[in-house]
Each structure stands twice: as C-alpha cells, then as structure tokens.
Design a protein around this ligand. Structure first.
Ligand code: NAP
Length: 478
C-alpha cells in the first residue's frame, strides 16, 4: 500500500527543488502517492488572504505529512506569511533543523565534524505575531512563552536526542535579560532534563551560543531555543556547513509533519535551473525517516554524499557560472543510488516520540495568587516631571498610589534617569497602599480617575503567584 504525502511545490525556486527531491524519491521506488497542492504567492494573488486554500488544508488533514517548497510572502498581499499560517494551523510546535559537515563541500570548518541540530520552538514567542501600535510613534510586539509550550519543546529536544543516539542538549536563551519569558524555557528545560539522566544538559546565554557556534561548533549536539532565537541561530548553523542550500528542516507536532528547507523562495534564482536543491532533498530524507522508509532515506543520503564527494556541486558552492544545474544534480544523485562515502555514516535512529498535547489549557495552578497593583500604559506628550505630579494628584485620596513611571523600561519618575530621550509612551505603575488585593473594580475606578488627565492605551495587572512577583521591575526601580 502507498503512503499519501501532500506536496506543495511553493514559490520562486521551490518547484525546481521539490521536483528534484520527488524524482530522487521516486527513483528509490518508495511507495509514495503524491497529492500536489498549492499555497503561497499564487494563492495570495487569487485573493485567499491566508495564502493556504481549503483544498490544501483538507489534503494535509488527510495525509498528515507534507513536503513543501518555500513560500514567498508578497508585500501587500495577505496579513501573514503562509508558512507561519501552515505551522500554526497544524500546531507543528517543533522545528528541527539539523546541519552536518558534508563531503566535498569545503568550508572554513571542514574537518571539525560539525553535526548538530537546532530544535526551535515554532509557534510561540514574538512569532505569535501579536503587534500593536501603542501610540502613532511606538510599536509593540507581545512575546508569549508558555509553560506548556516550553515543556513540549524541551521534551522534544531530549526525545530527539534519544531517537538519534545523541549525547547532549544545550538550552540557549536570553533569560538573563528576559527573566520571565526566556527564563520560562530555561527553568522548564532544567526540570525536564531531570527526566533524561542519560543525556547531558546545560544552559548557555543565546549571544554566547552564537559566539561559541562560530568559534567551536563541534562542541554542540542538540540546541533547544525559543522561536526568534532559533530562526536566527539556524541560519548561522547552515553557514557552518556551506550555506542555506544545505539546511533542511522538519516542522513537527503531535499530528502533522511538514518538511521543508530552511531557506526561502530565493526569487532571483527562480526558473534558472541553478539553485542547490540539497536542503529540500535532505528535508525529504527527514520525511522518509518520519514515515519509517529507513532504507530509502539511507540510500538517498548516501547517494547525495557520494555525489558531493565526486565534486558534483551547484553554483552556490563553485560559482553560478560553473555550477552543475539543479536538474543535473538530481540526476547525478539518482545515478549514485547504491553508493556511499567512507567515514560518513547515516544515523538510522528510531521514530521520534512527540509529546502529546494536553487538552487542559491550565498547566500551572498556584496555591495563592494576588493582584498587588497595575501598570497603566499611557500616551502622553508631557515630560515625566509634569506627568508624575498630575497623576499623583488624581490618586492622592485613593487606595492605589503611583509608585513610579518608566519610559521604554527605565524609571523616569520620581528621581528618574534624566538622560532618557523619552517617547510618548509611559508605563505608570500603581500599587496598593496597604497589603490588600487589587480588585478589577478598583482598576476600573483608577482608570476613571486618570482619564481626562491622560489617555491610557494598555494595562497589565501586577500579580503574585505563590508569593513570587509575576512581573519585573523597571531599570532603576527600587
Ligand atoms: P531566501 O529565499 O532564503 O534567500 C536568501 C539567500 O540565501 C539567497 O539570495 C541565496 O544567497 C541563499 N539561498 C537561498 N536558498 C538557496 C539555495 N537553495 N541554494 C543556495 N543558496 C540559497 O531569503 P529571502 O530572500 O530573505 O526571502 C525570499 C522569500 O522567501 C520571502 O518572501 C520570504 O518571506 C520567503 N521565505 C520563505 C521561507 C519558507 O518558505 N519556509 C523561509 C524564509 C523566507 P545568495 O544571494 O548569496 O546567492
């Protein structure tokens, strides 16, 4: 019986790369039944705002497995990237991005044995795409990191390490600055690590991770990180082994799996039969392993290595005036099926056990919780020394007092930093005068009191869970 796979050729260089991968897979006689569907630019231009038509969604819902070319995001069409839409529609929360030193592809790291995997959280963080202009001149993007999401991605990283017989997992975050959001992944990772005593675990700050990756990449095995960090870091890691032309990826959830190159549609090379299809070919190898077509996957990977070692290289490696064409490169791999390269063994691995979703949205239940104040974000053209007294006057006889005002995170009132080049977006922190809980009606009364003096644009409750502050202080706040 054949296995059905949804195939999306995509935009720009996508169709050429996907055609190469399909020809090679078909040459192995893997029993795959391709269901070709569309997404991306052509769909946006037809007026489908998401860039993903219903037929494509229906196909993926049925097959659960997708081989996809890159999708362009034309400026002025649709609200969101069709790639991000697909990842979110099917909750593919883990993006696995392996890179490995390749025979015949010379880089400044050749000989160091780079063989590492970035496990990138794929649906949360700044990529939740929740953005607002708070004032006409101040934009905001919400960085959302959940315990549930962090647990799933940390567990995926350890499960992936186990499935491939890898030895260590490094968690890379910016928890030193973003203690609550990036810190959530760090803390959760450290807890989950206790369940995997067979795998070495450590945490590094993301900027040092970038530095160490360039300096001594061979020290890394599996790296787990948040969405934005992972996006940037995985382009860096692709450059360690020859560039984006060699970087595959898998978007995995507990149901659907989408396999695609890390790179985009590279429009300037579209239709020229010159692009390197290796990233999509290696993504299709990951797909075959996922489908447990281990022999076919191994055979393609070996043939690819043999092809590269023989010096059959595309223009990105040897120059576009001399490179092998995309279609000839695929033909060479087909000719080399059955060959292998000494010293390049294939990780057969075993199927990856993805953490299952938990239908309950509540993952953390504190024993105690309390609202101790509220941050009211206001739009104001006043300077801090004028704004502060005005607000204080509004609450002088009220149970909440103005504790401080900050501007882009730094305290500017009272006794604030006077070097700040302030913008018209202030955070005004109001706290209880006594130890009581701040009720929602008290917040409403506060807003009524300050309206007329300033325009509030956003608010955040200051909460304590189990006695711990669930908010951070401003720079310079006591
Ligand atoms: P890109 O398409 O990844 O191309 C950037 C550069 O990377 C290319 O100019 C080329 O470098 C190199 N490159 C990309 N693919 C290559 C390959 N197969 N072989 C060799 N070199 C390759 O990034 P972009 O130009 O920023 O984005 C173009 C479009 O793709 C945008 O609409 C973007 O939204 C979309 N995109 C889609 C995905 C996806 O579908 N998952 C991912 C990223 C971007 P040189 O110029 O040095 O030759």
């Amino acid at each position: 019986m054949s296995t059905q796979v949804t195939v999306i050729p995509g935009d720009g260089v996508g169709p050429e790369c996907v055609a190469a991968a399909r020809r090679i897979i078909d040459a192995t006689e893997a029993k795959i039944d391709w269901d070709e569907q569309e997404a991306g630019e052509t769909v946006f231009r037809r007026g489908v705002a998401s860039g993903v038509p219903k037929d494509t969604i229906d196909s993926i819902t049925r097959t659960r497995v997708v081989l996809k070319g890159p999708l362009g995001t034309p400026v002025g069409f649709g609200e969101k990237s069709a790639n991000v839409t697909l990842r979110k529609l099917f909750e593919t929360y883990a993006n696995i991005r392996p890179v490995r030193e390749l025979p015949g592809v010379s880089t400044r790291y050749s000989g160091s044995g780079v063989d590492l995997v970035v496990v990138r959280e794929n649906v949360e963080d700044l990529y939740a795409g929740i953005e607002h202009m708070q004032t006409p001149g101040v934009a905001q993007c919400l960085k959302l990191i959940s315990r549930k999401g962090s647990e799933k991605i940390a567990r995926t990283a350890f499960e992936f390490a186990r499935s491939e017989g890898r030895k260590s997992v490094t968690c890379a975050t910016k928890s030193n600055i973003m203690k609550l959001t990036e810190g959530e992944l760090k803390r959760t990772f450290e807890k989950v690590a206790l369940e995997y005593p067979d795998i070495e675990s450590r945490h590094v700050i993301i900027d040092n991770a970038a530095h160490q990756l360039v300096k001594r990449p061979e020290q890394f095995d599996v790296i787990v990180t948040t969405n934005m960090n992972g996006d940037i870091l995985s382009d860096l890691t692709s450059a360690l082994v020859g560039g984006l032309g060699f970087a595959p990826s898998a978007n995995l959830g507990s149901g659907v799996a989408i396999f695609e190159a890390v790179h985009g549609s590279a429009p300037k090379y579209a239709g020229r039969d010159v692009i390197n299809p290796t990233a999509v070919i290696l993504s299709s190898v990951m797909m075959l392993k996922h489908l447990q077509f281990f022999d076919e996957a191994e055979s393609i990977e070996n043939a690819l290595f043999a092809t590269l070692q023989k010096g059959v290289l595309t223009g990105d490696v040897v120059g576009y005036d001399r490179g092998t064409s995309t279609s000839d490169f695929a033909s060479a791999i087909i000719d080399n099926l059955g060959e292998s390269v000494d010293g390049y063994t294939i990780r057969r691995g075993r199927p990856l056990a993805m953490p299952a979703p938990k239908p309950n949205p509540v993952t953390v239940v504190p024993e105690t919780r309390r609202v101790v104040g509220v941050d009211v974000f206001v739009e104001s053209g006043l300077m801090p020394d004028a704004l502060g007294p005005q607000l204080e006057a509004r609450v002088s006889d009220f149970s909440l007092r103005l504790k401080m005002i900050s501007n882009r995170g730094t305290k500017v009132y009272p006794d604030g930093n006077t070097n700040i080049d302030v913008v018209d977006h202030y955070r005004c922190r109001f706290v209880q005068r006594d130890d009581g809980d701040v009720s929602r009606s008290l917040v409403r009364e506060l807003l009524e009191r300050i309206e007329g003096s300033v325009d509030w644009v956003h608010l955040e409750l200051l909460q304590e869970f189990d006695g711990d502050a669930a908010y951070t202080k401003a720079q310079g706040e006591d």
